[in-house]
Design a protein around this ligand. Structure first.
Ligand SMILES: C[S@@+](CC[C@H](N)C(=O)[O-])C[C@H]1O[C@@H](n2cnc3c(N)ncnc32)[C@H](O)[C@@H]1O
Length: 318
């Protein structure tokens, strides 16, 4: 039984008390770091060269991560004190993370866990379109293959899909279509160019987490490499539950890359398996979902971007 308890919570990071130095960090890192997504290790190298402060914090984070992970893993009875990064590559570890979790009664994260290095308006960060892909081709191919196995067949009458945190690509199978595929995102130019969408909405979910749809509208909600930018995840997951049809499927996928300055602190300070736990907790504490499950669809562990899916269905009774 995995106990995701208060001791763990105490080990989780927060940025309280470091805000006074955030401007130093954000102005000293190059603009490319602020506007491109990076694998965590590459980003760490780049920033490390820039600030003494980062060195200090990194050390703290590594210490924190190890204790977080070893506590988590030893409680789970898996790999003892191995560091997370080594163990995450072992086959089957990710799938185990959400099995039989003994969730604490209350959502264990605090407000400061959802702070970011860059707390300026997201509309500013996403103002210019980025016609790029945020994960490598094998990871995209793995996600598209996964979608081909779990999405309703193309062109099924009555099916509606929402791609949250969407851009100019949704990674659905080639030629995939449905009567209604809505994209929500931050950049209109990107959304306009996404060929799979039948409509789009620009909305900052960190300002307004209310999803502008009727109850029981969608068969599927997807969200690719973006769940880590949500600062009000429980409100949003409750909204997802509301707008999903009973039995509707929510698929959150992510890798180990992110826009570091815009990802929540609890994400940037923890590893892949922790991320699975964090996303699983969103489903659990939003309520009305089946127990969340995790799948490791990484195409080429260690050689291309990893790719993980945490998914759940809205309960038929919710
Ligand atoms: C790394 S990109 C991923 C885009 C796309 N899902 C993909 O796979 O290429 C992050 C996306 O999250 C969305 N996003 C970030 N912050 C957001 C916010 N506050 N509200 C709504 N969407 C947000 C942006 O639209 C952006 O396109």
């Amino acid at each position: 039984m995995v106990r995701f308890g208060t001791k763990l919570q105490q080990n989780l990071p927060n940025l309280a008390g470091v805000h006074h130095i955030l401007p130093v960090l954000t102005t000293s890192i190059s603009s490319s770091i602020r506007t491109r997504s990076f694998p965590v290790h590459q980003l760490a190298r780049a920033i490390k060269q820039k600030t003494h402060w980062y060195k200090l914090r990194r050390r703290a984070v590594v210490g924190l991560g190890v204790s977080f992970w070893s506590q988590f893993m030893s409680m789970a009875g898996y790999l003892g004190s191995n560091s997370f990064l080594a163990s995450a590559r072992q086959k089957g570890v990710i799938e185990e993370v959400l099995k039989n979790v003994d969730w604490p009664e209350q959502f264990p994260f605090k407000e400061e866990d959802f702070q970011r290095f860059d707390e300026s308006a997201d509309s500013y960060f996403y103002e210019a379109p980025r016609f790029v892909t945020h994960i490598d081709d094998p990871a995209i191919a793995a996600l598209t293959k996964y979608y081909s196995e779990v999405l309703p067949p193309s062109d099924t009458p009555g099916v509606a899909i929402l791609d949250m945190c969407s851009s100019w690509v949704s990674h659905y199978p080639k030629g995939y279509k449905q009567e209604r595929i809505v994209g929500m995102g931050m950049n209109e130019e990107e959304l306009k160019r996404n060929p799979v969408l039948t409509e789009y909405i620009v909305q900052d979910l960190n300002v307004n987490p209310k999803l502008p749809f009727e109850d029981n509208t969608f068969n599927v909600i997807t969200n690719v490499v973006s769940v880590d930018y949500l600062t009000k995840p429980i409100e949003i997951f409750k909204e997802m539950r509301r707008i999903l049809k009973p039995g509707g499927l929510a698929i959150m996928s992510f890798s180990n890359r992110c826009f570091f300055t815009k990802a929540i602190s609890i994400w940037t300070s923890t590893g892949d398996a922790d991320h699975v736990m964090i996303v699983g907790s969103y489903f659990h504490y939003a309520g009305g979902f089946e127990p969340p499950q995790a799948v490791d669809i990484s195409p080429n562990p260690g050689r291309s971007d990893p790719m993980y899916v945490v998914y759940s269905r809205k309960l038929a009774t919710a």
